[in-house]
Design a protein. Structure first.
Length: 158
């Protein structure tokens, strides 16, 4: 079931995000100091507890175990997906598709005009996933600060 994130979910959310980032980005950035020293579950748990507004628009996929998270930020009539991670052990089970389709349906019902997100150009599997779920590269790109990697904007008109 997909539901709003709650404070009690924060440790599990942090775990999914940290391990999701490690799996998705380690090969792309090849920086183990960031991947394993700077990126820590407890740091993210503390950040969410200090600022619970960070999970205000977050949804979780929970079938007895929280297996995925998707977070949104609202800018007028536009929605940005700011975090979207599935527990690596549960990938390829349709959880990501269910989360993204849920958000697309919910935002259409709210009469939002557009949804977008940023994805690392080298993250081919994520780009294919977004394309398979109806989002398209907008052509907007930016260099990821402190790296030689490029972020690409994917969007969908609602």
């Amino acid at each position: 079931m997909i539901r709003a994130a709650q404070r009690k979910d924060i440790p599990r959310i942090a775990e999914i995000i940290v391990f999701g980032k490690r799996v998705a980005y380690r090969d792309i950035f090849q920086n183990d100091m960031v991947t394993f020293n700077e990126l820590q579950v407890m740091d993210l748990v503390e950040e969410y507890h200090r600022n619970p507004a960070l999970i205000k628009n977050m949804l979780v996929y929970d079938d007895g175990i929280v297996k995925g998270v998707i977070n949104r930020e609202y800018i007028n009539d536009t929605v940005e997906i700011s975090e979207f991670y599935i527990e690596p052990f549960f990938k390829r089970q349709g959880i990501g598709r269910k989360l993204i389709q849920y958000v697309l349906t919910e935002e259409r019902e709210k009469q939002m005009k557009k949804i977008f997100l940023w994805v690392i150009a080298d993250n081919i599997s994520a780009r294919r996933f977004y394309e398979a779920n109806g989002l398209c590269a907008s052509g907007d790109t930016c260099l990821i600060e402190g790296t030689d990697k490029t972020d690409m904007c994917y969007e969908m008109k609602l």
